[in-house]
Design a protein around this ligand. Structure first.
Ligand SMILES: *[C@@H]1O[C@H](CO)[C@@H](O)[C@H](O)[C@H]1NC(C)=O
Ligand SMILES: *[C@@H]1O[C@H](CO)[C@@H](O)[C@H](O)[C@H]1NC(C)=O
Ligand SMILES: *[C@@H]1O[C@H](CO)[C@@H](O)[C@H](O)[C@H]1NC(C)=O
Length: 278
């Protein structure tokens, strides 16, 4: 540090003492340059002033840097509707824990025949399906989407939500007489294709992020698959601990960025001639 201040005089103006004399210049006169500086440390008055000056400079710089680094993002974020101060999701950013899969089919709002409780459960699961993400993040990922009018954010779904949406489609198809009784044959054919796409999407997703917990077997009679009810067959029962992300935490994260696709007026529309090409 001594050499730095000795090398050029640019800091001298910042460190004047009361007499208007640059402290370092005084030292230089007294001590000369370079290697003779060591002698200065013996002067009882100069040493504290010199150190105080340096400390003040270092302290102020560090403080200024900290303040700037904290202020800049939050100032930018303030004008945006979604809470973008939270980092984007990464697998490391999820909260992981171990649990069993209960897979109850009784007293479970997600299972069984159509009823208001079931519809409500699946609806709530997908409330945060569509979220706003910074356009800069999509650009980094080489992704394009539809954007908000200010052009700052794009609309996206996390893949996990798309899989859940697809699972809901499958569930509804199981009860198509209830859910789709008003649909024409043509509309139903489109629905069938949609569900086929959905099964395919879920297949890809499960294979992409394989859960490696072991599902083990037991000898069971009276199984659903076999006609002879008294015969024992190896039947699998999942009693494993699965390593699971905390869905509630992820869903809360998504909830802070949720975008209602019915608010289509908030989106930047393509020009009419462009829309012909899209
Ligand atoms: C936005 O996210 C930050 C970081 O997690 C959090 O501290 C803050 O409370 C959130 N603000 C709102 C309005 O939810
Ligand atoms: C995006 O595209 C650029 C240019 O082709 C490439 O260098 C970069 O690795 C891509 N980024 C991602 C996340 O795929
Ligand atoms: C299944 O096995 C149990 C125990 O071995 C027996 O008590 C029961 O009667 C069997 N059920 C059928 C349908 O054979």
């Amino acid at each position: 540090m001594l050499d730095f201040h000795d090398a050029d005089g640019k800091d001298d103006d910042d460190m004047r003492n009361d007499t208007g004399e640059p402290l370092l210049a005084t030292e230089r006169i007294r001590c000369g340059k370079g290697r003779q500086m060591a002698k200065c440390w013996k002067s009882p008055l100069q040493l504290p002033w010199y150190l105080h000056g340096l400390l003040l400079l270092v302290y102020s710089s560090v403080y200024l840097l900290l303040v700037l680094s904290k202020l800049q993002p939050s100032c930018l974020e303030q004008s945006r509707p979604a809470n973008l101060t939270r980092p984007l999701p990464s697998r490391e950013g999820l909260q992981w824990g171990e649990r069993k899969f209960p897979t109850n089919i009784v007293d479970n709002p997600f299972t069984g025949a159509p009823r208001p409780e079931l519809d409500e459960a699946w609806h709530r699961l997908l409330l945060n399906d569509n979220i706003r993400v910074p356009k800069s993040y999509l650009d980094e990922q080489n992704l394009t989407s539809v954007y908000t009018k200010d052009g700052l954010e794009g609309i996206a779904s996390l893949s996990a939500y798309h899989s859940l949406h697809c699972l809901k489609k499958v569930k509804k198809m199981l009860f198509k007489e209830y859910y789709y009784h008003e649909k024409s044959d043509e509309a139903m054919a489109r629905e069938a294709k949609h569900v086929d796409h959905c099964v395919e999407y879920i297949r890809e997703s499960l294979m992409c992020q394989p859960d490696l917990s072991m599902v083990t077997f037991r000898w069971i009679n009276n199984t659903a698959q076999h006609e002879d009810k008294s015969a024992f067959y190896p039947t699998n029962f999942d009693v494993s601990l699965h390593t699971c992300a905390d869905w509630q935490a992820l869903d809360t994260w998504a909830g802070e960025r949720v975008f209602d696709l019915f608010q289509v007026d908030l989106l930047k529309r393509p020009e009419p001639d462009q829309s012909k090409r899209l």
